[in-house]
Design a protein around this ligand. Structure first.
Ligand SMILES: *Cc1c(COP(=O)(O)O)cnc(C)c1O
Length: 427
């Protein structure tokens, strides 16, 4: 059969009617453990010579169906799900890093990721070097003998920045490093980083993939293409593993090495496991991903253009607008749209911003994004509060900007709500 189209695969990939009952939706396998056929079967599973279910901290059939769907949609060899997007980021770095090692990270990232990378990972002896990824010389200057990965977001939260993934993948390639792309805001509907040369993709499934603000979840999808044995930089994957009698993951599992390591070592010992209920909700959400993203993007384009034309509004930072410095990159790299999240300046600064947030009725004031409903937040006083003023501005979350996550409602209603709130905030 020829490769099915993306809109077919969001519905079908990774799942089939339940062999026991014919149930058309993947059952929620609410179980902790799985009965072994006999002692030889148990020994084979524990020795990784046979693949199967042992214990739900490692693998679960509902979660496995979601993993297969995500690997398919991103064009990867394998995927591992975990309890949140932030867990996924640790799971992506864990096989690569070690004490003294560093990751080159974009200076434009989700606020929580900047905090995780600039503070928390130091406790593992890891560090991040934040670089403007449009500055090739700066990236190359930052790479040193201890660098183990480059990390970016495809579409970046919140400042309307988009990454030229193919260009960055070339830099990573020539340095012998894997490129990790957080594809949360674009989703595989708008962007498939692996097709552009990324080695690993991470997701917060909490956002557009589940799509309705009901679940926290994360995933790491491996392209299966990085040569972990090409240097001595990645011993977790290329060298003998003491916890498995000297087994070498890359040599034994080939393009599934990263995925098997993430389950057999990462989930086993870090335990950031996704539960089967969460996997079920995310599978349901993904079925409508294409329809939702199409509407999210159409609404975002229309509302961004309306705001840009309004005299009460300063700059609108959205790569879907011609005024954006990243408009050309967005058209080339993200032809189906630049996502549905953007910021805009309210004339009147900080005070006008917080007033606007308080007067919006239809937009929910929450610290989330990628929901069917439209959401608003003032990043500088909330999600990006832990950052220095310089980091806030570099991340596109300065004090005079408000962030919108545009939902799938009638755009006329969203515009009317913004209109009355702008009147109240600037009147
Ligand atoms: C939300 C988000 C995360 C973190 O995901 P959680 O599921 O909240 O842990 C990481 N990256 C981006 C781009 C996000 O939007």
């Amino acid at each position: 059969m020829t490769k099915l189209g993306f809109d077919t695969r969001v519905v079908h990939a990774g799942t089939a009617p339940d062999p026991a009952t014919g149930a058309i939706q993947t059952p929620i396998y609410q179980t902790t453990a799985y009965q072994f056929r006999d002692v030889d079967h148990a020994a084979a599973l524990f020795g990784l010579s046979e693949v199967g279910y042992i214990y739900s901290r490692l693998t679960n059939p509902t979660v496995a169906a979601l993993q297969a769907r995500l690997a398919d949609l991103e064009g990867g060899a394998g995927a591992v799900c975990c309890s949140s997007g932030h867990a996924a980021q640790i799971m992506a770095l864990f096989p690569l890093m070690g004490p003294g090692r560093n990751v080159i990270a974009s200076s434009r990232l989700y606020g929580g990721t900047i905090t995780q990378f600039s503070q928390t990972i130091k406790r593992f002896g890891w560090s991040a070097k934040f670089v403007d990824l449009d500055d090739r010389a700066a990236i190359e200057a930052a790479i040193d003998g201890d660098t183990r990965a480059i990390f970016c977001e495809s579409i970046s939260n919140p400042g309307g920045y988009v990454t030229d993934i193919a260009a960055l993948a070339k830099i990573a390639d020539s340095a012998g490093l894997p490129l990790i792309v957080d594809n949360t805001l674009a989703t595989p509907y708008l962007c498939r980083p692996i097709e552009m040369g990324a080695s690993l993709v991470v997701h917060s499934l909490t956002k557009y993939l589940t799509g309705n603000g009901s679940v926290t979840g994360g995933a790491v999808i491996d392209s299966g293409r990085f040569d972990w044995s090409g240097s001595d930089k990645f011993p977790s994957l290329s060298a003998p593993e003491p916890a498995y009698h000297g087994l070498k993951f890359h040599e034994t599992f080939g393009n599934m090495a990263f995925t098997f390591h993430s389950i057999a070592i990462g989930l086993r010992d870090l335990g950031m496991t996704m539960n089967p209920q969460a996997a079920h909700y995310t599978l349901l959400g993904i079925e409508t991903l294409s329809l939702r993203m199409e509407r999210h993007v159409a609404n975002a384009r229309r509302i961004a253009a309306w705001l840009e034309a309004d005299s009460r509004v300063g700059a609108v930072s959205y790569a879907g607008l011609e005024s954006s410095p990243w408009h050309e990159t967005a058209q080339r790299v993200y032809p189906k749209g630049a996502g549905a999240l953007f910021t805009f300046e309210v004339k009147g600064g900080y005070d006008a911003c917080v007033k606007l947030v308080d007067h919006l009725k239809l937009f929910a004031h929450v610290a989330n994004l990628g929901d069917t409903r439209s959401l608003v937040i003032h990043s500088a006083s909330t999600t990006h509060r832990q950052l220095t003023p310089e980091q806030q501005i570099a991340a596109g979350a300065g004090p005079d900007v408000v962030r919108l996550s545009i939902g799938i409602e009638d755009p006329e209603d969203l515009i009317a709500d913004l209109d009355q709130a702008l009147a109240a905030a600037t009147g």
